[in-house]
Design a protein around this ligand. Structure first.
Ligand SMILES: *Cc1c(COP(=O)(O)O)cnc(C)c1O
Length: 437
């Protein structure tokens, strides 16, 4: 093995040539990583994932990696269930009930008692349903509130629902919500927020925001894409009205995994869904002339569910079996705190700034660093098998998942990034943009 660059070495042709070898870490960081990983009671969970050897994967908040239980579950779904049992699988292999069964499994991770969560369709479709249904539950109110920094699809769909229903959208950052509600709260039908800012990783106070929303008589709709599976959530305990989330980030259900919709039980009987598909009918096989909604959360079903994807997601959720989300949260905070420390020592001197709050109670499960060449740097990291993502124009995102990320992974990522910058080993021209999740 050749000598890797150290903090003392100036960049030279030789250090550039040895960039593929493991870079040398300052001893204190290396010792901290070893101690924290050594004390990690969740470390064995990493074996529940099939991570490619030699890859440091810090993009599980965009696409979770492959859980080991998924390939055999999918092989069974295809070969035995579909291949052999054929259409009898709708009853015989539980396909018809899969959206509710998988919904309840997700419910267990988000603090929702059974019978309130249904899996299927995309987050975007579920948002359309949730926003429309919320507006219908508050017919005398004319405003939809969303975050100006919300994920694009959440903002676009708030606009679309407002257009369809003759309402108006107000874009109010979470920290200004109480003041806004004091002025216009009696006109607000629903407040639609994410607990975690998808760019900065800032965590908002779900409890306080839900309470403020309810004091104004409005409904609270949370998008859990960047929170479910990363931290304990308490939808029932907080009295949340509606929630949505995707299956492919921290839940690792695979590309395009079904999303989910939570509707608090107290709203289900009066829930009006905008997409009245036959799967949500009270008697789907009665072939009635008119739509009659099913009782319970079933009325939020739309059409024939994506069974293979649901079964993959169901197997993926098994990675959480017996896992205490409070411990997941504690490890996630340890990981992000350690990465912030690595960034402070190794990257701040090179022109990176963190945009992620340092206070633990204000931090989700990723860290974002600002650098003008974020795009080229993400590409150079990928060439060294460190997978992160960037968000235009200048943020590098480092997602951690306590089920498989190690402190050592984060130190190695920071060292690679340090060396890439020192050596100028990245393209000034940005590569093509990737998906933005
Ligand atoms: C990832 C993400 C989405 C994705 O929506 P899809 O319909 O699944 O593409 C939506 N909202 C938020 C907040 C997200 O983080």
């Amino acid at each position: 093995m050749t000598t890797a660059p150290t903090a003392q070495t100036a960049p030279t042709a030789q250090t550039a040539a040895t960039a593929q070898t493991a870079p040398t870490a300052p001893a204190a960081l290396r010792e901290s990583a070893a101690r924290l990983d050594g004390d990690d009671a969740l470390a064995p969970l990493r074996e529940r994932f099939l991570l490619p050897p030699g890859v440091i994967y810090l993009d599980g908040n965009s696409l979770g990696p492959l859980p080991a239980a998924v390939p055999p579950a999918l092989a069974d779904a295809v070969t035995r269930q579909w291949g052999t049992d054929l259409i009898g699988s709708w009853n015989g292999n539980g396909w018809w009930e899969a959206p509710l069964r998988v919904g309840d499994a997700i419910g267990a991770l988000i603090g929702a008692a059974p019978g309130q969560t249904v899996a299927g369709d995309s987050t975007s479709v579920q948002l359309f349903t949730a926003l429309s249904a919320a507006a219908a539950l508050r017919p005398d109110r004319s405003l939809l509130v969303t975050d100006p920094g919300h994920f694009p699809t959440d903002r676009y769909l708030a606009d679309a629902v407002a257009r369809h229903r003759g309402l108006a959208v107000r874009r109010v950052p979470p920290d200004r919500l109480p003041r806004f509600l004091a002025a216009e709260g009696d006109r607000v039908a629903v407040v639609s927020y994410s607990p975690v800012d998808f760019r900065t990783g800032e965590l908002y106070d779900m409890e306080a925001l839900t309470r403020a929303t309810h004091r104004a008589g409005a409904l609270a709709l949370w998008d859990l894409c960047h929170a479910a599976g990363a931290l304990p959530l308490r939808l029932d305990a907080l009295g949340v009205d509606l929630a949505v989330g995707c299956g492919y980030k921290f839940l690792s259900g695979g590309p395009g995994a079904p999303a989910y919709l939570y509707v608090a039980r107290r709203h289900q009987a009066s829930l009006e869904t905008p997409l009245t598909g036959w799967n949500g009918h009270a008697d789907p096989f009665g072939l009635g002339r008119e739509y009659v909604p099913a009782p319970g959360i079933s009325r939020a079903r739309i059409g024939t569910p994506p069974v293979l994807s649901l079964l993959a997601l169901e197997a993926a959720l098994g990675a959480f079996d017996g896992v205490d989300l409070a411990r997941v949260r504690a490890k996630s905070l340890s990981l992000t705190a350690f990465f912030l420390r690595c960034a402070e020592e190794l990257l701040t001197p090179l022109g990176f700034t963190s945009v992620t709050p340092a206070e633990p109670d204000r931090r989700g499960s990723h860290v974002a660093l600002r650098h003008p060449h974020a795009r080229g740097l993400a590409h150079a990291l990928a060439e060294r098998r460190v997978i992160v993502d960037m968000r235009a124009p200048d943020l590098l995102r480092f997602g951690v998942n306590a089920l498989y990320t190690t402190h050592h992974d984060l130190l190695a990522a920071a060292l690679h990034l340090r060396d890439i910058v020192r050596e100028g080993a990245y393209a000034p021209e940005p590569p093509a943009a990737g998906p933005v999740t």
